[in-house]
Design a protein. Structure first.
Length: 329
């Protein structure tokens, strides 16, 4: 059985609309939840999709700390109640997490946002790339979301902007409807947050169909939707494991998907709306059983960084350590 490169959660500034959610700024909780999730996926890195800009009406709302970086920009507003990304990312650095920064773009220029935001935060070794949630691309401000198809030119510009900051960064585009995304873009990971299923088998069929829609491409999955967003979903995923589930439902879903597809799977994220059904608010993950390393990741300059349980090694030592590990495989 294969494993995802990353296992963890999705967070957003609005996630705590649900009573089983945790506010995005509680980084200490989310660190422990990510570490807890990888216990169900031995060998995966703990991480998350951290939504930095979320949909307002037609614009993307950013933390006020990004005002000096983004300035006055079409399709961008600022919200003072969003957590400071610098504080969040520093905590994630220290915990060895792998972070994808998420955008709900509205009518903002996603290539410019990628350039400026990643340019600001590229010094954080936890940052591994950026995701665009196409459900909110060119959102009209009212009515149904997810009805606008992402042009290939926009997706390509977004990808090029990300890779210009760091050619090792991950480029991710997300939707619940595969028909709204351009297919077959080299180096793009296709993430789905599809939901609204009456039973487990129906969900697995849809997740497999997603991978088949992007044959040959890397895929990723965002799971665990609540009754507010998708009323029927909890009726089947809650049956997979009693609360708190400690990621067991994600493990079973992942195993069913991975055994039925040939695509590589980058990540499995549990959505913040229901994260408390998996990890109680006072959860503390047990110490890593890996005696050497807790996570291996790429720094912003593309130099390999290895975090050991005793701290971060230098780039030279890290490279030698990676060679030593590979020689034992």
């Amino acid at each position: 059985m294969t494993i995802p490169e990353v296992a963890g959660w999705r967070s957003s500034a609005y996630g705590d609309q649900d009573p089983t959610a945790v506010t995005q700024g509680n980084y200490a909780y989310y660190v422990e939840a990510a570490k807890g999730m990888i216990l169900k996926f031995p060998g995966s890195n703990p991480g998350c999709l951290y939504t930095v800009g979320y949909i307002g009406t037609t614009e993307t709302e950013m933390p006020t700390q990004l005002r000096s970086t983004l300035g006055i920009m079409k399709g961008v507003s600022y919200a003072s109640d969003n957590p400071d990304p610098e504080v969040m990312l520093t905590a994630f650095d220290n915990a060895g997490l792998s972070i994808i920064l998420g955008l709900e773009p509205g009518n903002a220029d996603t290539a410019v946002l990628a350039t400026k935001i990643l340019g600001k935060y590229k010094s954080h070794p936890c940052v591994r790339g950026m995701s665009m949630d196409v459900e909110w691309y060119m959102y009209a401000g009212s009515g149904p979301s997810g009805i606008v198809t992402l042009p290939l030119s926009v997706a390509t510009a977004f990808k090029n902007a990300i890779l210009a900051v760091n050619p090792n960064y991950k480029v991710m585009i997300k939707h619940f409807d595969a028909s709204k995304l351009p297919k077959g873009i080299s180096g793009v990971t296709y993430l789905t947050d599809t939901c609204g299923f009456k039973e487990y088998s129906e969900a697995i069929s849809a997740y497999v169909d997603w991978a088949n829609s992007f044959s040959g491409s890397e895929v990723a999955y965002q799971l665990g939707y609540d009754q507010l967003e998708c009323s029927e979903d909890p009726s089947w995923w809650l049956d997979l494991a009693p609360k708190p589930g400690y990621g067991e439902a994600a493990r079973q879903i992942y195993n069913s998907i991975s055994s039925a597809i040939t695509n590589p799977i980058y990540s499995v994220y549990w959505v913040d709306f229901t994260i408390l059904t998996q990890f109680p608010i006072d959860y503390v993950a047990p110490p890593s059983t890996d005696a050497k390393f807790s996570v291996c990741q790429l720094g912003p300059d593309g130099v390999t960084v290895v975090r050991s349980v005793n701290g971060t090694q230098t780039a030279t030592q890290a490279s030698q350590s990676v060679a030593n590990i590979l020689n034992t495989l």
